[in-house]
Design a protein around this ligand. Sequence first.
Ligand SMILES: [Zn+2]
Length: 89
Amino acid sequence: MTTARYPAAPITSARPNRDYPGAIIVTVSCPLCRKGHVHGLPSSQPDSDGTFGHRVAHCTDRRGGYYVTDPAGQVQADPPQPSTTPPAA
Ligand SMILES: [Zn+2]
């Protein structure tokens, strides 16, 4: 398991990233400090290992990290909404 070295941080909420269509912004429950941290994810599709990738924790001076997971289906339950395409330059 690629997640063996790092704890899992479950997603507690997810919303579309207005600035990057298809990307999402998630809040995770940090396994290190128990607070919520916000991360951007490039898409609502998990990686091949079933997680949403490793992130550096915001609370440990970059000495800790975790894998973003979605055990409650927050991402699938609240998929990114279609956004307007920015006008061509
Ligand atoms: Zn934390």
